[in-house]
Design a protein around this ligand. Structure first.
Ligand code: LLP
Length: 385
């Protein structure tokens, strides 16, 4: 069984559970993003929601990416990490007044507006500050992302974006508002998308939308395609960097870009997932009547994806090379859903062994909770231990 390479002696000295970040892999991934997006002059805003760890954010900011935020807290985290306000986009179906004001005060690049009513409020708040807010309309493009229902966003029944049938009405209203300026359109159809045909369909839909807008005399400066590129949770050791080349090539091939128009993206998972690992320790091996359980000191409080989305994370016993056995790998939380994997092939496990839950850099640490009065996990970095 090919396992990841970890500085096991150094990790053993640290109190578990914790997140371990491979800073070199993050940098290599960022280099790839910059090279591939750079080929077409595409603008990339990292989706802060995937991982808002301050060190991770500052590395991404140093690499010149922008930030995609979905709350005032994320806008502040991005500013604190050094992202220039002119590269911050702010989406979200429910922005509170203080969050909008924070964006206005910092003159962020763009508000991705998700409804007619939000547009009115933004206009009002901008007027109170004598400002004009730059706006992209988040359109719900009705394109199926073929991914998990809980992370699908671009269908009619989802709460996100403005329905295509209501776009005309919203545009009419927008043209009457003095303190908002339309600078773009935005779409995000879902997450962990591995089937490129979903992105192809999105581009085809956006080409159509552009034509409709032009027929109304509207030209759009910025097209934003959101995030969504999936990663290989099954083979983190073989393919640690996602295929950004294929992804951006789809857009380059099919998108009808108008002269002077900018194209933007908001990848989250694909940038940070593979560089992060949740490291935990086996507390007990419990032999049940029909099952053998490896009970870890990490649970869904540290990594909720398996419990919440039935997500698969590769699990490795990095302390043992003994024969492989089958275990249900579970956490200590008092809930039956606190299971990381069933019938997992692990090298024979003993109390104290370190267990790596791979591909946990995205939606891992950032979704941790204190349920059961547990402590939030710490983070360590490959270049600082
Ligand atoms: N832009 C917008 C407007 C989004 O809603 C999202 C993710 C992204 C960009 C970044 O998408 P990514 O490149 O990471 O797929 N917690 C879930 C994923 C939720 C994604 C929410 N929106 C999970 O653990 O799978």
């Amino acid at each position: 069984m090919l396992k990841g390479t970890f500085p096991i002696d150094k990790l053993k000295a640290l109190p578990t559970p914790f997140y371990y970040y491979d800073v070199k892999l993050l940098q290599d991934t960022l280099d790839m993003v910059k090279t591939e997006a750079g080929k077409y002059n595409y603008h990339v805003h990292y989706a802060v929601k995937a991982n808002a760890n301050p060190r991770i954010l500052s590395i991404i900011a140093e690499n010149g990416l922008g930030a995609d935020c979905v709350s005032g807290g994320e806008v502040q985290a991005a500013l604190d990490a050094g992202f220039p306000s002119g590269k911050i986009v702010f989406a979200g179906v429910g922005k509170a007044d203080w969050e909008i004001n924070l964006g206005l005060d910092n003159d962020i690049f763009c508000f991705n507006v998700e409804s007619a009513v939000e547009l009115d409020i933004l206009n009002e708040l901008a007027a109170a500050k004598n400002k004009v807010a730059a706006v992209a309309l988040r359109i719900n493009p009705e394109v199926d992302a073929h991914t998990h229902a809980k992370i699908t966003t671009g269908m009619k029944e989802n709460k996100f974006g403005i329905n295509l049938s209501q776009l005309g009405e919203v545009l009419d209203n927008l043209s009457k508002l003095k303190n908002v300026k339309l600078i773009g359109i935005h779409c995000h159809i879902g997450s962990q998308i591995t089937d490129m045909s979903s992105f192809r369909n999105l581009v085809i839909r956006v080409n159509e939308i552009q034509e409709e807008l032009e027929a109304r005399g509207i030209t759009i400066e910025n097209l934003n395609f959101g995030g969504g590129l999936g990663i290989d949770y099954y083979h983190p050791n073989h393919l640690p960097i996602p295929a950004f080349d294929n992804y951006f090539a789809v857009f380059n091939k099919l998108l009808k870009v108008r002269p002077g128009q900018e194209v933007h993206f908001e990848p989250g998972r694909s940038v940070v997932a593979q560089c992060g690992t949740l490291i935990s320790q086996v507390l007990y091996v419990k032999i049940g009547e029909t099952k053998k359980f490896a009970i870890l000191d990490a649970g869904f409080t540290e990594l909720i994806r398996p419990a919440m989305y039935d997500a698969y994370h590769r699990i490795e016993n990095i302390s043992s090379d003994e024969e492989v056995e089958l275990y249900d790998v579970v956490g200590p939380i008092c809930e039956s859903s606190d299971v990381f994997g069933k019938d997992v092939e692990l090298n024979k496990a003993h109390r104290g062994d370190l267990i790596a839950l791979r591909s946990a850099g995205a939606y891992g640490e950032v979704m941790a909770s204190q349920y059961n009065c547990r402590r939030l996990p710490k983070a360590y970095y490959s270049d600082m231990i």
